[in-house]
Ligand binder design. Structure first.
Ligand code: HEC
Ligand SMILES: [Cu+2]
Length: 363
């Protein structure tokens, strides 16, 4: 029986080690743009990395020492079956004082750079240097509002390189309804955590409390992130893409995002615009759409086609098949998605095609 158990244990250990080893070999998008706090790309993440480089070796030293002593004690003083009780020891003042003072000194030593870094990173960058983005963590996507530039986007944030981006993580997101009434979405009242590992640390969203954080990228490229606080069924499908571009490209992007969407000329896309007005504007803003009622529960779609991903940045915007499946039944594509299904009795196959053509004009 004991042998059997040992065999199971050994197999579990081997399979576990193999799984870990294989996971490290994966060449996915993540290895191209790693979700990896150990390859920082900007002053904020680099500052955190410096702190980690101090704390980690100390933690390793403590771990090796403590685990080593445990191993020695377990092996050296194990029961050898001779039935004798070991020599009983009670209290050792000198040892007890030592093992209280040493950890206290280590912790105090680690606290100095840690607290210093916390204060440094919580300082807001100068107003005239920073880009400001208001972030709302929704179930299950991110809403980004470029307050000073006057537009919304979702899941994908574009930022200029070498510029601090000051994020206001809103604790009380409210929207003005069409009648001027304020609307608060119950779905916003859960914890989320904003985390783009290569650009900054994590900051939690706390309902009712405003939180702030800064991120900054040194190099152009796409930086991935994810919600890092369990927030419900599609927590893992709540991804972030930060695209860092040159100052000039950023300005062009802002100019484009700030424009309203143009109505498409006669044809299926124009038919799609009407279908959108009849079914979708209650939850999705499209600035420039004749029936637009402004920012609501769902992502702003004014420049939907300028994004690369949708639905928490998990699906390709260009994937027409996926978009079709999404509109037909969002919760089947993304568990817990808070967009209702639109079956063939609400939107016919032809109407769905027109709708998708319209969405693809929203550059
Ligand atoms: C009751 C509100 C509601 C209605 C009505 C609605 N949606 Fe949505 N929609 C949402 C929500 C909420 C999301 C975000 C889901 C997520 O990512 O978890 C969403 C996401 C989307 C997205 C992905 C956007 C992005 O950038 O991630 C598209 C495209 C979309 N909806 C299209 C439509 C179309 C087309 C219609 C009309 C046929 C429609 N929606 C009707 C609530 C709604
Ligand atoms: Cu979340």
């Amino acid at each position: 029986m004991a042998g059997h158990r040992k065999a199971i244990l050994a197999r579990t250990v081997v399979i576990g080690a193999l799984a870990l080893g294989l996971a490290a070999c994966g060449r996915t998008e993540m290895s191209e743009y790693p979700l990896d706090a150990l390859s920082p790309n900007g002053p904020i993440a680099e500052e955190l990395d410096r702190l980690w480089q101090i704390v980690f070796p100390i933690a390793v030293g403590v771990f090796v020492l403590v685990e080593g002593l445990i191993l020695i004690a377990v092996l050296k003083f194990r029961d050898r079956g001779d039935g004798d009780l070991p020599h009983q020891v009670e209290g050792n003042t000198r040892l007890e004082i030592l093992w209280t003072i040493i950890p206290a000194v280590i912790l105090a030593g680690i606290a100095v750079p840690t607290v210093g870094t916390i204060f440094e990173l919580s300082e807001a960058p100068a107003k005239e240097e920073r880009v400001e983005v208001e972030v709302v963590g929704k179930q299950f996507f991110w809403q980004f509002e470029y307050v000073n530039e006057g537009f919304f986007t979702a899941n994908e944030m574009v930022v200029p390189t070498d510029t601090p981006v000051y994020l206001h993580l809103e604790g009380d997101p409210v929207y003005k309804g069409p009648d001027g009434r304020e609307i608060q979405e119950a779905s916003d009242l859960v914890l989320h955590s904003f985390w783009v590992p290569r650009l900054a640390g994590k900051t939690d969203f706390v309902p009712g409390a405003d939180r702030y954080m800064t991120l900054q990228a040194s190099q152009e490229g796409t930086y991935l992130g994810n919600c890092a606080e369990f927030c419900g069924l599609s927590h893992a499908n709540m991804r972030i893409r930060v695209r860092a571009v040159s100052q000039q490209e950023y300005e062009e992007w802002v100019a484009q995002q700030a424009k309203p969407a143009a109505s498409p000329p006669e044809g299926p896309a124009a038919r799609g615009e009407e279908i959108f007005g009849a079914n979708c504007v209650t939850c999705h803003a499209v600035k420039g759409h004749p029936d637009n009622v402004g920012q609501r529960t769902g992502p702003d779609l004014t420049h939907f086609n300028s994004r690369t991903r949708f639905a928490g940045a998990i699906f390709d915007v260009e994937d027409t098949q996926q978009l079709r499946a999404w509109i037909r039944n969002p919760p089947a594509e993304k568990p817990g998605a808070q967009m209702p299904p639109f079956g063939p009795d609400q939107i016919s196959q032809g109407e769905l095609d027109a709708l998708i053509q319209y969405l693809h004009t929203l550059d």
